[in-house]
Write a protein that binds this ligand. Structure first.
Ligand code: GLU
Length: 287
C-alpha cells in the first residue's frame, strides 16, 4: 500500500505552496487507495509554536484535506533520533565538530529547517574537525567546548562497500531527472546530525520518521531534491527501507521565487479572510 505524508514545520502559517504539496501527497495516496499522513516537524522548539500547529490543522481541514490517524510530532520522539545516532556512532561514522558558535548557530538554523537546494550544497562543511585526534576531541569536550555531531560522509560511503546508492524518482528533479537515479551523498557531505540542545537535524529526523511511519512514497518540492542524495545514504546506514520519491514543481510568487512564510499575503488564512474559496485555491495552483 502506498503511504504518503505532508510534513510542515509549525513556524508560520501555511501558504499556497504548502497547499500544493499537501494536495500532491494526498492525491498520490488516494489514486492508489493508500494512506496520507501528517507529520509535524517541530524539532526546533525555539521557532515552532503550538498556535501554528493548530492553524496547520485548521487550514488543511478548510481546504478539505483530511489525513489518516497517527499524526507524528517530532518533538515527542527524541529517543528515536538518539538511537539512530548511537548506531552511527557505534559504527565510527560520527565526529564532534567544534567550529565556532556562530558557524554552528548558522549551521543549526540550516539543519533544523529543511534546507533548500542551493543552501544545501553551499552549506557543505569543509571538514575542519574531521581529522582531529581522539585526544584533542576529548580535551575540547572536557573543556566544555560546544560541538555538533556530524556524519563522516566519506567514511560512511566506504562502510557500505560496493553497494550502489540509488533512488526511484516518480516525479522529476529540478533538471528533469527521473526514473532510476544514482545518489551522490558527497554533494552534500558531512551533515550535522545533532547537537546538545537539538536531538536531531532535519535529514536524520526525516529518514527516521519516514521509516517509522511506513512512508513508501516521499512527495515534496524540487527544492529538496538534493537532500535525497544524503538521505538515501542515511537509510542504508540505518538499514531502513528505501521509499520512492516524487519531487514536484514549486508554486512561484509574482517575482518567480518560491513562496515563503514571508509572503504574508498569500497565507491560506489571508486568502480565506479575503473571501477566496478552497475551490479557487485549487484552481490557482492547478489542482
Ligand atoms: N518539513 C519540510 C519542509 O517544510 C519537509 C520535509 C520533507 O518533505 O522532507 O520543507
Amino acid at each position: 500500500m502506498i503511504v504518503t505524508r505532508f510534513a510542515p514545520s509549525p513556524t508560520g502559517f501555511l501558504h499556497i505552496g504548502h497547499a500544493y504539496a499537501a494536495l500532491t501527497a494526498r492525491q498520490a495516496a488516494r489514486d492508489n487507495g493508500g494512506k496520507f499522513l501528517l507529520r509535524i516537524e517541530d524539532i526546533d522548539l525555539a521557532r515552532c509554536r503550538p498556535e501554528f500547529e493548530q492553524a496547520i490543522c485548521e487550514d488543511l481541514t478548510w481546504l478539505g484535506i483530511g489525513w489518516d490517524t497517527g499524526v507524528r510530532r517530532q518533538s515527542q520522539h527524541s529517543e528515536d533520533y538518539t538511537a539512530a545516532i548511537e548506531r552511527l556512532e557505534t559504527e565510527g561514522l560520527v565526529y564532534p565538530c567544534f567550529c565556532t558558535r556562530n558557524e554552528i548557530a548558522a549551521e543549526i538554523a540550516r539543519a533544523t529547517a529543511a534546507p533548500h537546494a542551493d543552501e544545501l550544497v553551499a552549506a557543505r562543511y569543509p571538514g575542519i574537525c574531521r581529522s582531529l585526534s581522539r585526544a584533542e576531541r576529548a580535551a575540547r569536550i572536557a573543556n566544555g567546548n560546544a560541538y555538533a555531531l556530524r556524519l563522516d560522509c566519506t567514511k560512511a560511503l566506504a562502510s557500505i562497500g560496493t553497494q550502489k546508492l540509488a533512488f526511484e524518482e516518480m516525479g522529476s528533479g529540478p533538471e528533469g531527472e527521473e526514473g532510476h537515479l544514482r545518489a551522490d551523498p558527497e554533494r552534500i557531505g558531512d551533515i550535522v546530525l545533532a547537537r546538545k540542545e537539538l536531538p536531531t537535524s532535519y535529514h536524520l529526523a526525516v529518514v527516521v520518521d519516514d521509516a517509522l511511519q511506513g512512508v513508501t512514497l516521499v512527495t515534496r518540492g524540487q527544492d529538496l531534491f538534493a537532500a535525497t542524495h544524503i538521505q538515501r545514504l542515511l537509510q542504508v546506514l540505518l538499514s531502513l527501507p528505501a521509499p520512492q520519491y516524487l519531487h514536484h514543481r514549486l508554486i512561484l510568487n509574482q517575482e518567480g521565487k518560491k513562496f515563503s512564510k514571508r509572503d504574508g499575503a498569500v497565507t491560506l488564512r489571508a486568502l480565506r479572510n479575503s473571501g477566496v474559496s478552497p475551490e479557487e485555491i485549487r484552481r490557482m495552483i492547478g489542482m
